[in-house]
Ligand binder design. Structure first.
Ligand code: TEU
Length: 535
């Protein structure tokens, strides 16, 4: 059975932000040779794939999420030959490589947009969304995700163009078949090279309402300054699924490739919407992100609710993925605050991520318990933070350099890092944790290894256990005759859980008990932040 399971179902994927992973040329910015140099570290951690945030040519108004050439590597990261070497070295270690495909928009400096902007009758005019104003005002009321209106007036040709993010990120017109064709060719370029798939940036923004109808205003449950509008007509249009299906047809022409989509929704998240991009489970995205768990409050109850809703949304033939951290959200240990509880919470969160049903995504540094860096107004580089400081302090804090050792700049760079290294690096770093068998790093590594040899844990069904309560989240993972019970005490105090006579009783893995020990009491007492897996 095992041989038919695709790698992206059974495996673990690691997201890295290339600017912040390892700098090998001393310019203060991480690069591709830096990633290649750390492949052994990643292989040792046990990951099956890496997703690189964008590495294509970009003027970096949004740090690579504004691409000016889809086929070239930005010089700050290296050359195409560096990428080919990285791909080859990763594959030699059994690690797949996923690229970030940012095609809701391009950079305003992409030659397509430069042409589109040049005149109203340019053949590329219809590749972007241009409209006349209404009484000297923008064509409609749509707002950009990074603040202000979504329309930019362009004096030379006397029209507005649409940008869902920065004005330096004009939206492509996904209703135009030439655009679809052009992007398919860019995808083929990388697939032919051997890239294992793509993470599709803001997949739910691609197709816009044909008549550009106005959005209603209305605050969501957690109002943020930039989420004032209900994005009914500029996001989540059903037509986008047709685009995804075409992408699926394309990737299916190659062996073993995978697409994971970012379905961006503001808090509290929208698991049903995320799941729609999986189609039947076999004809659209392979995986899609749901951010409900990221947005959830900390605790057994809220996580059980978020996890259940996500699992229930997945189509029968589909597969979930799980994520607690990425380059846009405060790191989990910062979101869930309380530094004094951080070590316990870090293991609980790791166990949650790695034992829920679905492909886990680890964000670089998560495995050593990195927390947000403190970035002052003067040090800020993220455009989102510049716009909304201090309401939103931007995304720089979750993008600080990887903490490799207690050497200067945490061993990240011999130069001046592009973002300040978190001053906690002498305490929190890879080298220190490699030497400590009780470290978080070892915990991730051990649990990933356990997943690898326990198909019920990586592939099994998921079922909440009756004993779950306000402190303890417990669930079964089962495959055929194999049945595991995962028990997580989210509290910093002792908590109890009732067992059923039929529950598995032998300790397979845990933070407080010996492997092989038998747990038989009908009511079990769990230590603060105890992780326990019974089989
Ligand atoms: O993110 C989509 C997105 O809307 C978020 O950036 C969101 O606005 C922000 O996190 C609010 O907290 C994707 C990428 O992940 C992000 O890095 C890019 O900036 C954005 O698209 C534009 O490409």
């Amino acid at each position: 059975m095992k041989q038919n399971v695709p790698w992206w179902k059974s495996g673990v994927i690691y997201q890295l932000y290339p600017r912040s992973f390892l700098d090998t040329d001393g310019d203060g910015t991480g690069d591709l040779p830096g990633i290649t140099a750390k492949l052994d570290y990643l292989a040792d951690l046990g990951v099956d794939g890496i997703w690189l945030s964008p590495i294509n040519c970009s003027p970096m108004f949004d740090f690579g999420y504004d691409i000016s050439d889809y086929r070239e590597i930005d010089p700050v990261f290296g050359r195409l030959s560096d990428f080919q070497h990285l791909l080859d070295q990763a594959h030699q270690r059994g690690i797949r490589v996923i690229l970030d495909l940012v095609v809701n928009h391009t950079s305003h400096l992409h030659p397509w947009f430069v042409a589109s902007r040049a005149s109203r009758d340019n053949p590329k005019r219809g590749w972007y969304i241009w409209r006349d104003g209404k009484n000297k005002k923008p064509p409609n009321n749509w707002l950009a995700a990074f603040g202000g209106g979504a329309w930019q007036w362009d004096e030379p040709t006397g029209q507005y163009y649409l940008h869902s993010f920065l004005k330096e990120q004009p939206d492509l017109n996904w209703r135009n078949p030439e655009v679809r064709q052009a992007i398919a060719e860019e995808m083929r370029f990388w697939l032919d090279m051997g890239v294992d798939g793509f993470r599709l940036d803001v997949i739910n923004f691609f197709v816009k309402d044909e008549n550009l109808r106005a959005n209603p205003f209305g605050l969501g449950p957690t109002p943020r300054p930039y989420d004032l509008q209900k994005h009914i007509y500029d996001r989540n249009r059903p037509e986008t699924l047709d685009v995804v299906r075409v992408f699926r047809g394309l990737t299916d022409q190659y062996d073993d490739r995978m697409m994971v989509g970012e379905v961006y929704t503001p808090p509290p998240g929208d698991p049903k919407l995320s799941a729609t991009y999986l189609g039947t489970g076999e004809d659209a995205l392979h995986l899609s992100f749901d951010f409900s768990i990221i947005y959830s409050r900390y605790g057994a109850g809220p996580f059980m609710k978020a996890a259940s809703q996500w699992m229930e949304s997945i189509p029968w033939a589909g597969w979930p993925c799980q994520v607690l951290n990425n380059h846009d959200q405060p790191r989990s240990l910062s979101r869930y605050g309380r530094p004094k509880h951080a070590p316990g919470r870090a293991k609980i969160l790791a166990a949650l991520l790695l034992t829920l049903r679905g492909t886990p995504f680890i964000y670089y540094g998560e495995e050593i318990g990195m927390v947000n860096g403190r970035i002052t107004r003067r040090q800020l580089v993220d455009p989102l933070g510049k716009k909304y400081w201090p309401l939103h302090k931007g995304r720089d804090p979750e993008r600080t350099p990887m903490q490799w050792s207690n050497a200067p700049s945490a061993g990240f760079s011999t130069g001046d890092p592009w973002l300040p290294v978190n001053p906690d690096y002498p305490l929190i770093n890879v080298e220190a944790q490699q030497q400590d068998p009780n470290s978080l790093l070892h915990f991730y590594r051990n649990l990933i290894a356990l997943r690898r040899k326990t198909p019920a844990l990586s592939l099994g069904d998921w079922q909440p256990a009756a004993g779950s309560n306000r402190s303890v989240m417990a669930y079964y993972r089962s495959l055929g005759a194999d049945r595991l019970l995962v028990v997580l005490n989210f509290d910093a105090s002792v908590a109890g859980i009732d067992f059923l006579a039929t529950d598995p009783a032998r300790v397979v893995f845990g933070t407080h008990r010996r492997k092989g020990e038998i747990v038989s009491a009908p009511r079990l007492k769990l230590a603060p932040h105890e992780v326990l897996i019974l089989g």
